[in-house]
Design a protein around this ligand. Structure first.
Ligand code: PSU
Ligand code: MN
Length: 308
């Protein structure tokens, strides 16, 4: 799809033209999700994990009034150091474009841009969902997962969210929940949540075929792949639960709401665990990049014939 606001890097355009594997990456994790300097290191490391799987990384962001798919290292640096980048979800694209403000794209924002560019696979850390603090704080990620046909590899939704409500919502919207070598939907820092996925699949190839079957039927939702955090980096749910309860209570007391809730909770949970959650977050992000790279290798893509 062509759009005057969209700009693909030469690498990404070439890979898409040849039908080679491409994996989209979000950038809210760089601008709002992780502290410096880990945010830049992580962005580079995720790209490298994808290259090691012989796929092309396509980090999505807003820069200089364009929706960019595929960034240079200098652009990753710029994004990671920005103090003014917007958090760009679906409602914020026109704002960033109109005001020429730089922005990190959320899961929803990244899905939108990646799909527009023709990318089919996307790796992130955790999806947004239904918040505990307010019944009406439902992430736009839910809407995007319902409407945009992409494979989204995540480590579940963070237990800062209302997980049962998040899963119900995805079921209502017809989004398949694939557990990669897992029967339970993982809870980001933890491998367990007590909640079931809708289907378990044990290989990247099966996941690629599953998505093609889903879309081949004419269904248009995302396929959400839940890839549990590696056991060595996991923090048991029972340990996380009181910490999350405390951070949530503080967010409410301080009147934090809207887009600021997720970054606040992430930061506070990190402080309360002496950054053990940060280590876990980095490990699961890299793990997801690897799986997404493998899945992308099994997607059959029509070769486009257009000038790069
Ligand atoms: N989960 C994380 N780190 C993050 C986010 C989620 O572990 O940085 C970001 C993602 O970009 C996700 C967004 O799409 O938060 C959800 O924000 P909100 O709830 O405001 O939609
Ligand atoms: Mn929200």
């Amino acid at each position: 799809m062509q759009n005057s606001h969209l700009e693909l890097s030469a690498d990404v355009a070439r890979a898409l033209n040849f039908g080679s594997p491409v994996v989209a990456l979000e950038s809210t994790v760089v601008t709002h999700g992780l502290p410096r300097p880990q945010n830049l290191e992580l962005a580079r490391d995720m790209e490298n994990q994808i290259r090691e799987k012989n796929a092309t990384p396509a980090t999505v962001a807003l820069l200089d009034g364009k929706i960019r798919v595929g960034l240079s290292d200098a652009e990753l640096i710029r994004l990671s150091e920005s103090d003014s980048a917007l958090k760009v979800s679906l409602r914020d694209f026109a704002t960033a474009l109109t005001k020429k403000q730089d922005g990190g794209t959320t899961v929803a924002g990244t899905m939108f841009a990646a799909h527009m560019a023709g990318v089919q696979v996307f790796a992130t850390g955790g999806i947004g969902g239904v918040h505990k603090e307010s019944a009406f704080d439902i992430s736009t990620d839910m809407k995007a997962l319902a409407e945009i046909p992409l494979i989204v590899v995540c480590a579940g939704a963070k237990s800062i969210l209302d997980l049962p409500a998040t899963i119900e919502y995805l079921e209502t919207m017809g989004v398949p929940l694939v557990g990669y070598r897992a029967d339970e939907f993982p809870a980001f820092y933890s491998r367990e949540s007590g909640l079931k996925v809708s289907v378990r699949l044990d290989s990247a190839q099966e996941i690629a075929q599953f998505a093609q079957t889903h879309w081949g039927l004419g269904l248009r939702s995302a396929v959400l792949v839940a890839n549990p955090i590696p056991a060595a980096d996991a923090i048991p749910a029972a340990e996380m639960q009181p910490i999350i309860a405390q951070a949530s209570a503080e967010a409410q007391e301080r009147g934090i709401h809207g887009q600021a809730v997720t970054p606040y909770l992430l930061g506070r949970v990190g402080e309360l665990t002496q950054n053990r959650t940060l280590q876990a977050n980095l490990a699961l992000l890299l793990n997801n990049a690897r799986l997404a790279g493998e899945i992308a290798g099994y997607m059959t893509r029509p070769r486009k014939i257009r000038a790069v």
